[in-house]
Each structure stands twice: as structure tokens, then as C-alpha cells.
Design a protein around this ligand. Structure first.
Ligand code: FMN
Length: 388
């Protein structure tokens, strides 16, 4: 067993184990990948203030996200095709999250279906929904989430249209993978991944095939996806979704203060400041830079979470210090899952937890609710000094 001390260790193992097509799917941003890169690099522009000789005993990273107790304020973000990174990936990630005491959010575009994840785990999870035109499908999706006892719905609002990722087009990304000479040659070097995949029946989009009208086999899925994402989405439509779901609601994919205010008006319980991990609008601001203006705009009207670029407990601490109630991680746990399955997701959470706990202590704080902007040195103009 290799010694894993940081998320980058898991990424190295993940790269070796998973076919290139799925590694590239995860490890890319749209177009020039500027936003994808800056999501991470902007965190390192914020400095932490070290304090000494302050009693650091009795520490806790426990917190709450949308009223739910969490072992640390970190949720596993919805990631499409997680079940292609490792056989039964969604179930394994949900189990690791439940054991660790953090929320897991299942993607609409998952391989394991809502029902399958619910049957194979013992704690409620959150359900992410894309905003599709098909009203029947949407109502059924919310009903299915309710029947599966999901404890929150997450509406992703930043994907009415798909940002282009060059590698996915070049690799001919699909689930299950298309067998071309190139993809077969690559898969032959990933034997453990392939053997596990052969042993599972979960290889298609479980929430769509057999659920969406006219999608009974994977080949009709591409046409359905292209036709179904709703380019006409507006806040009135989001209000309709609010009426379809009476539980806790989170709106994911906000990067502008004006949109954050709109989200407050539809009766959401939380927003996620996110640019989809740099996969949508290339050239958009990193999430950590976008956070402060959004916090200033919404005040305490709504709970604010952040994702995109979080790779360490220090990143979580910085986001919390800037006012986020919690962070979501995407790639950080996918690296773990691809590297080592459920144990790898657990390891990713342990790494982040230790970093968060130790860094909080070195900043002279013992409880997360006392962490504020005082522990940070924020460069002038960090959140932008823009022309009107
Ligand atoms: C491979 C991949 C697939 C994703 N699929 C979805 C999805 O189906 N639904 C969604 O709301 N967000 C999706 N996201 C975005 C994540 O939920 C999250 O916003 C992003 O990963 C955060 O950035 P990070 O990976 O830098 O932590 C996906 C991200 C990745 C990397």
C-alpha cells in the first residue's frame, strides 16, 4: 500500500489505474482551461496568519450544512459518470461519505441510479438535478428522489449548454466506452479497472436509460441529451422546480452576486458558488475570488457554499474564513475513487480533514465557527477592481 499524504498522491495513482478517456474527462476544463487552473492557483494567493502560544486543545471540525450535522464542512459534489471511474463508483463514494459523516450528492448523469444508491447505502444523500425541458421527467426525478429519501435537492443552473472540453471530443468520450483501436489499446493497460467493470452490471446512465421517454438504450441517449437541456431556463422555471420539491433546496453554479440575489428570491436554502470546476465558461472568475462579493451581496439571507479548485484542508479553511459555510469537492475525491475505490475516497477525506484541523490550530482557532477573515491576509484587489 503506497503512503498517501496528500491529494496529489491519489491523483498519481488514479492516472495509472483509469483509462485515459475517463481521466481526461475529469482532469480538464473548458477551452484554454484558464478558469480550471485559476480555481486552484487563486487559493494560493490568500495567506493564512499563523498565531502561536494559543491553547489549541479541544478542537473540532464539526459543523452544519443546511441544518445537517457534518464531521467537517465538506460535501462530495455531483460528478457525472462516477461509475466509469471505478465500478459502482457512486455507491462506493456515497458509502465513504456516510461513514465519514459528510454529505454525498448524486449526479443526474450518474451511472448508478438514485434507487440503486439508496438500496446500497444506509444514509440519505443529496440529489443533483439538471434543468431539463421535459416536465414529466423532472417531476418524476423529484418524486424518485423523495421516494429514495434524499435529504436535499441540488439544482445545477450553470449547464444549459455545454462548455467545450477538447479532450472529450478527441477521445470520443462515452459510457460505456466506445471500442476503438485506440481506446482498446489504452484499456488493455488498465486491467484491474477492466476486470472490475466486467463484474458490474452498472455501465449506463442509470437515471436516464429506461426513465426518460424514448431513451431505452444508450444509443438514443446522445440525441435525448442534446434535445433536453433547457436553453430557455429562467428564474420562473426554477421557481417551478422549487414547487416540485418541498425539501431543502440548494442552487449550484452561481458566480455573480446578481444571480446569488435571484437565488435568495426563489426560496433556496443554500447556494453553491461554483463555476462547475472550470468546465463551463472559460475566462470566468475563480470561485474563491468570486466568493467575497457574493457574501457581501447576500449577507445572512442564505447559506453559501463554495466549490471549484478545493484540493486541501487549507483551501477549505480559507473558504470558510471568507464566509462560506462549507465546501464541495469534485476531483479531489474522484482521484481517490479511481485510485482505490471506497478506501481512496475515505483517504481523500482523511487527508483534507487532517489538513483542515492542523491548519485551523496553527491559526489559533479551535472551532470552525470562530474562523473569520481575521485569519487571512487577502491581497488588495483579490476579488477584483473592475471597470463598471
Ligand atoms: C468529471 C466531472 C463531472 C461533473 N459532473 C457534474 C454533474 O453531473 N452535475 C453537476 O452539477 N456538476 C458536475 N460537475 C461539477 C462538480 O459538481 C463540481 O462543481 C466541480 O467538480 C468542483 O470543482 P473541483 O473538481 O475543482 O472540486 C462535474 C465535475 C467533474 C470534474
Amino acid at each position: 500500500m503506497p503512503v498517501i499524504t496528500e491529494i496529489a498522491d491519489l491523483k498519481r495513482l488514479y492516472r495509472r489505474r483509469v483509462p485515459k478517456m475517463f481521466y481526461d474527462y475529469c482532469e480538464s476544463g473548458s477551452w484554454t482551461e484558464q478558469t480550471f487552473r485559476e480555481n486552484c492557483s487563486d487559493f494560493s494567493k490568500l495567506y493564512l496568519r499563523q498565531r502561536v502560544a494559543m491553547d489549541m486543545t479541544g478542537r473540532s471540525t464539526k459543523s452544519r450544512m443546511i441544518g445537517q450535522d457534518v464531521a467537517m464542512p465538506v460535501a462530495l459534489a455531483p460528478v457525472g459518470m462516477t461509475g466509469m471511474q471505478h465500478a459502482d463508483g457512486e455507491i462506493l463514494a456515497a458509502r465513504a461519505a456516510a461513514r465519514f459523516g459528510v454529505p454525498y450528492c448524486l449526479s443526474t448523469m450518474s451511472i448508478c441510479s438514485i434507487e440503486d444508491v439508496a438500496e446500497n447505502t444506509d444514509k440519505p444523500f443529496w440529489m443533483q438535478v439538471y434543468t431539463l425541458k421535459d416536465d414529466d421527467y423532472m417531476k418524476r426525478l423529484f418524486d424518485r428522489a423523495k421516494a429514495a429519501k434524499c435529504s436535499a435537492a441540488v439544482i445545477t443552473v450553470d449547464l444549459q449548454i455545454l462548455g467545450q472540453r477538447h479532450k472529450d471530443l478527441k477521445n470520443g468520450l462515452s459510457a460505456p466506452p466506445k471500442l476503438t483501436p485506440k481506446s482498446v489499446a489504452n484499456m488493455m493497460t488498465k486491467v484491474p479497472w477492466g476486470l472490475e467493470m466486467l463484474q458490474t452490471k452498472r455501465r449506463f446512465f442509470g437515471n436516464i436509460v429506461g426513465h426518460a421517454k424514448g431513451v431505452n438504450d444508450p444509443s438514443s441517449l446522445t440525441t435525448w441529451t442534446a434535445q433536453s437541456f433547457d436553453q430557455a431556463l429562467d428564474w420562473d422555471r426554477i421557481r417551478e422546480f422549487r414547487r416540485m420539491w418541498d425539501g431543502p433546496l440548494i442552487i449550484k453554479g452561481i458566480i455573480d452576486p446578481r444571480d446569488a440575489l435571484e437565488a435568495c428570491n426563489v426560496g433556496a436554502d443554500a447556494i453553491v458558488v461554483s463555476n462547475h470546476g472550470g468546465r463551463q465558461l472559460d475566462g470566468a472568475l475563480s470561485s474563491i475570488r468570486a466568493l467575497a462579493p457574493i457574501m457581501d451581496a447576500v449577507g445572512d439571507r442564505i447559506e453559501v457554499h463554495l466549490d471549484s479548485g478545493v484540493r486541501s484542508g487549507q483551501d477549505v479553511l480559507k473558504a470558510v474564513a471568507m464566509g462560506a459555510k462549507g465546501c464541495w469537492i469534485g476531483r479531489a475525491y474522484i482521484y481517490g475513487l479511481g485510485a482505490m475505490g471506497e478506501a481512496g475516497v475515505t483517504r481523500a477525506l482523511e487527508v483534507i480533514h487532517k489538513e483542515l484541523d492542523t491548519s485551523m490550530a496553527l491559526c489559533g482557532r479551535t472551532q470552525l465557527d470562530t474562523v473569520d477573515r481575521d485569519i487571512l491576509m487577502i491581497p488588495k484587489g483579490f476579488s477584483g477592481d473592475w471597470e463598471d
